[in-house]
Ligand binder design. Sequence first.
Ligand code: CMC
Length: 438
Amino acid sequence: MSTATASTNKAKLSLPGRPEVELPVMVGTEGEHAIDVRALRDQSGYITYDDGFANTGSCSSNITFIDGEKGILRHRGYRIEDLANDSIFLETAYLIIYGELPSSKDLSKFRGRIASSASVHESMRHFFEGFPDSSHPMAILSAMLNSLGCYYPEMTSHKKQLDENHFDWAAALLISKVRTLAAMSYRTKRGLPFVYPRWDLRYAANFLHMMFSEPYRDYNPKPEVTDALDLILLLHADHEQNCSTSTVRMVASSGANLFASVSAGVSALWGPLHGGANAAVIEMLEEISASGDDGHKAIEAAKKGERRLMGFGHRVYKNYDPRARILGEAAKRVLISMGIQDPLLEIAQHLEQAALSDDYFISRKLYPNVDFYSGIILRAIGIPVDMFPVMFAIGRMPGWIANWREVASNPKMKIHRPRQVYTGRTERDYVPIEKRGE
Ligand code: CMC
């Protein structure tokens, strides 16, 4: 495992009325520099303040590298463009979790574990009956993933670290069952009978089978459709310390088990600024289309701060998100292969061009992100909008698992417990509490 090296350089900090503080500088394997502030409070009484953590490295990690200025994304050293071209979701998932691309023997073992874990315990079906029709599938998914842990006590014991064999099974089981539970949440909401997984189908095809087959008719998607879904999952597989992955790591840092940690990840992912953005993009495009706007009004409203262009902007990318470029091309291909003409694709392309030539977006370095085009593909496949963030969650599972493992297997890991700058009332003059309001 590679680690950050300590540089011989030190950062020096002058604080009023205190001796100068010297802080070590760390250098990552890609040359990123960080000031190690762990001793700052002990030495000076000061803490650092970084609302939204935009300047804070919360960990060192070996999994994913992003250079947002250059638009680079690599998993374990492999460029996302190469993985998207030359690997499938399960190979990239394996790479993210285990650090190396699988040999054909590794892959068939991994596939075997995933295939044999696809069904859920029959008693879990009853949980689904308790949810009202209005339930959001992300709420169901988060609850179900946490409940899943109840069936595997050997994988959820309070030991901080799972042994190798249990981890291998837990990882495959989650990658497999998140897909089954997602399809079950879709069918519950629509009052449809559950469809059992099939042994003979590949990952994406099996998901579509559990979503759309009927007892009297098997759903047989075109290979272009299953390939497009596989690509979407692959492109979502990990993205370093984003909101949901940071949540998974934070929950894991208390010693919580893998199931509880990824369930929290689903909740964090749900919001419209994160994994919910793919659904928000389609809602925005539909609204633009219904109002007869060609996108200009939406752009003007965004510039006045009245709305955000969903699927635009990113905390880390200050250049084109490489995943958005791949998906933009894929969206065109999939629609052509399915013979679909979606007016929303035209609006999206128009919006992209208009925004990329507008000073507001140029000066703020706002480019389309991964969510901008994924929804167009999911819509063409027939996935309903409320399931879009669920698709993100299925794709992100390998990243959550790998990050959970980094935390759980680190004997020096400390519980994540940030500090704050308190801005509330200071101590009041004591008035007996029972006399308040007199
Ligand atoms: N539309 C219009 N203006 C924007 C947008 C947008 N989508 N995003 C940022 N800005 C403006 C923002 O108003 C601010 O302007 P000013 O400097 O004048 O105040 C400036 O750009 C910087 O914005 P910020 O909110 O400080 O940036 P952030 O890094 O905190 O937020 C973001 C990143 C992704 C939450 C934000 O860009 C956003 O809300 N985008 C829309 C939602 C979205 O597409 N989310 C998916 C992200 S990618 C998938 C994932 O990993 O979750």
